[in-house]
Design a binder for this molecule. Structure first.
Ligand SMILES: Cc1cc2nc3c(=O)[nH]c(=O)nc-3n(C[C@H](O)[C@H](O)[C@H](O)COP(=O)(O)OP(=O)(O)OC[C@H]3O[C@@H](n4cnc5c(N)ncnc54)[C@H](O)[C@@H]3O)c2cc1C
Length: 235
């Protein structure tokens, strides 16, 4: 029988199949197992849809499990292997969030380039002003660095090499870069950046969550520090 609850489940109201981690044994990471649970299983309850700052088209709910009977064959991997499975899923997921960061920053840059070439103030296109050019240069440079980190992590994963540190570095840098880029894009748009006639206010709201989910920036720093300290110990 599965009992408990989990907050913040993306698409939780619609999922036909869920992977659920639950404690099945001793305290600590070795007592956790992963299960496949079908949507609609008796005892599985979907909470209210969260009203979020951004990603408003995405469903986020809490799920509660009350005496959910899960067949033995729905155990994923061996009993007690759930934590290992979760960590490896998170490493891969972090490359996904880094890619999201690159995507939204790229859209913010595109919108900013087009607006700055079109908008005139004090008799000149705003793209002529040095302040605006610096914003554009910084967004473009940051974005290139985030893409390189993201591709490096993805390439290591693809080649079967360890990629925990690289995924955390990509996620940390790209998510913080994305928020910075969207904030600068709003600045470039002036007052129009603050209303929904242009897409950059939505980009800013959507980007904000990226330093939170799939592990906060603080947790990425913990992972990176642990990995670099481990590497240093080999010298
Ligand atoms: C829109 C959205 C969708 C989500 N989708 C999913 C989903 O589909 N599935 C899922 O499982 N989860 C999902 N999450 C949950 C998300 O992964 C967590 O919210 C996130 O990992 C942070 O955990 P928390 O909210 O418990 O924050 P907390 O852990 O309470 O953190 C609060 C603050 O304390 C800091 N902190 C915590 N521990 C430490 C530490 N050891 N050292 C330093 N600082 C620390 C954090 O960095 C943060 O600043 C989603 C969240 C959101 C907002």
């Amino acid at each position: 029988m599965l009992n408990g609850s989990k907050q913040w489940i993306t698409s939780g109201a619609y999922a036909g199949v869920l992977i659920v981690w639950a404690r099945t044994g001793e305290s600590g990471s070795r007592g956790i197992s992963a299960f496949i649970v079908e949507g609609g299983t008796p005892g599985l309850k979907v909470g209210k849809h969260e009203d979020k700052l951004g990603l408003r088209a995405s469903n986020t709910v809490a799920l509660t499990f009350e005496n959910c009977g899960i067949p033995q064959e729905n155990l994923l991997a061996a009993e007690g292997d759930g934590f290992k499975l979760a960590m490896s899923a998170l490493d891969g997921g972090r490359i996904g969030i880094a890619s999201q960061g690159c995507g939204v920053a790229s859209a913010a840059l595109e919108a900013s380039l087009s607006y700055s070439k079109e908008r005139t103030a004090f008799g000149a296109r705003i793209a002529e002003f040095q302040a605006i050019r610096w914003f554009l240069a910084n967004i473009a440079t940051d974005l290139s660095a985030a893409r390189a980190l993201t591709l490096r992590a993805a390439s290591r994963k693809e080649r079967g090499q360890p990629f925990t540190k690289e995924a955390s570095m990509a996620k940390l840098f790209a998510s913080e870069m994305a928020y910075r880029a969207c904030d600068r894009a709003v600045q470039i748009h002036g007052g129009y950046g603050y209303i929904d006639e242009f897409p950059v206010e939505r980009y800013l709201r959507d980007a904000r969550v990226q330093t939170l989910y799939e592990g906060t920036s603080e947790i990425q720093r913990l992972v990176i520090a642990r990995e670099v300290l481990k590497e240093a110990a080999t010298f």
